[in-house]
Design a protein around this ligand. Structure first.
Ligand code: URA
Length: 241
């Protein structure tokens, strides 16, 4: 158990400030043993150092640093998912505020559209991109030709690519030439290569969901900051418990 400590800020107050719940709700969460500090169940009255202590609620590690930002961008076609482009093409980093400096969480190909996160939280980036955390990414794909049932089954069960067999994926037909594909690996150009492998090259690729996050109202080229509930959902999606 974490002992009350003379330094730092009261845990229930920190939880309230970062939007987990009211002070009273947070006291209940703590009393129910659902809050951990540095891996140990916290007690009411515990004090925490928000810069250094790792706080978990129901197994989800919270982002407590006040200067952490996380943007959800709807990346348009032609924009590059890096901080700089030697060829001077527009970049995703150039589409969001300059300060604090943020970096894309993984990448979308220049020709791919849709949702991309940008953050200055390196731990979150690691957990969202590392295959062992298996965060789902959903894509809406327009392909050339109409995929047969057998092509769809192959995509679902796994296709052999030059870097190995793909993991099982959720795949549904959307009209004649559309597919909704959900994968939890993050290999380079994976969806394009999967579709190529079953004889249906991609004509248009749009990412529509990252773990729990989607936003059909966010227009291409627009971004917004995640709210506290979304950040918590995201933290839960990458927690191992
Ligand atoms: N799969 C691809 O082929 N391209 C992307 O940008 C993302 C997933």
């Amino acid at each position: 158990m974490t002992e009350p400590d003379a330094t730092g800020e009261r845990l229930q107050k920190v939880l309230a400030r970062i939007g987990v719940g009211s002070r009273r709700t947070n006291e209940i969460l703590i009393a129910e043993g659902r809050v951990r500090v540095n891996g140990e169940v916290a007690i009411l009255g515990a004090r925490v150092e928000i810069e250094t202590d790792e706080i978990e609620v129901d197994g989800a590690i919270l982002t407590t640093m006040p200067d952490v930002v996380c943007y959800l961008l709807n990346k348009p076609k032609g924009v590059i998912s890096t901080a700089d482009d030697p060829q001077g093409r527009p970049t995703v980093v150039g589409m969001v505020p300059e300060s604090p400096r943020v970096f894309p969480v993984g990448r979308l190909d220049a020709d791919t559209e849709g949702l991309l996160l940008l953050t200055n939280d390196g731990g979150l980036t690691h957990r969202l991109t590392h295959p062992s955390f298996g965060v789902e990414k959903e894509y809406l794909v327009d392909v050339v030709g109409t995929p047969s049932r057998s092509a769809i089954r192959q995509l679902r069960e796994g296709v052999e690519l030059d870097d190995g067999l793909t993991a099982p994926a959720a795949v549904a037909a959307v009209g004649d030439t559309g597919l909704r594909i959900t994968i939890h690996e993050g290999r380079n150009r994976q969806v394009r290569r999967m579709c190529d492998a079953v004889g249906h090259p991609v004509a248009r690729l749009v990412r529509t969901r990252i773990g729990p996050l989607s936003d059909p109202k966010l227009r291409p080229g627009k971004w917004r900051q995640l709210d506290q509930d979304e950040l918590l959902d995201l933290q839960r999606a990458v927690s191992r418990t």
